[in-house]
Ligand binder design. Structure first.
Ligand code: CA
Length: 186
């Protein structure tokens, strides 16, 4: 019986792995821009630079005097849309936010998916080293926007991100009651 349970669990894991999709293009920024689109206003920089985590990464820097903002965006397919909502798209990325000046002005690093705010850096943070963030959104096609902005100016800030990935995990292939039973009995 124990052997059959191991086989059952192996099959379930195999099914789940086979239905996973990872569709972010050039999430580690090692292959030029790929499908990434950097945009910056007159007082911001947005370019691809070394100093990532590791290698290249997406970089944004504000003007030392004027407020403004910069973004990087990409449209991607995270698996297929699931009307039942059982499948979830797991997004992860690394980012940092650094105050490069002497004043404690504020700046934000935010992430939007389909124009909805899904992540915002801690309010008032002055120096955040590489931090990994994990998010969940429905599977399907999405527009993801990474944004760095300052509202008051008077200080230069830098922000960057790297290692963006998105994976749609389809749990409908695995009966959750079986999972519970397997885990209890195994
Ligand atoms: Ca990289």
């Amino acid at each position: 019986m124990k052997t059959s349970r191991i086989i059952l669990m192996t099959i379930l894991i195999t099914i789940m792995a086979s239905t996973a999709h990872a569709q972010i293009d050039n999430g580690d920024f090692e292959d030029g821009l790929g499908l990434w689109v950097p945009l910056a206003d007159d007082y911001y920089l947005a370019d691809r630079r070394s100093g990532g985590n590791p290698g290249y990464h997406a970089y944004m820097q504000s003007h030392p005097i004027w407020p403004g903002s910069a973004t990087w965006h990409q449209t991607f397919d995270c698996g297929e849309e699931d009307p039942t909502g059982v499948s979830l798209c797991f997004i992860t990325f690394d980012y940092y936010l650094h105050n490069l000046g002497d004043y404690s002005e504020t700046a934000m690093f935010t992430v939007e998916v389909d124009h909805e705010l899904v992540y915002s850096s801690p309010l008032g943070a002055q120096w955040i080293d590489w931090t990994t963030i994990s998010l969940e959104v429905p599977c399907g096609r999405h527009l993801i926007v990474f944004k760095h902005s300052t509202s008051s100016g008077g200080n230069s800030w830098a922000a960057g991100f790297d290692n963006v990935s998105a994976e749609c995990l389809d749990s409908t292939a695995a009966d959750t009651s079986d999972w519970g039973r397997v885990k209890i009995l195994y």
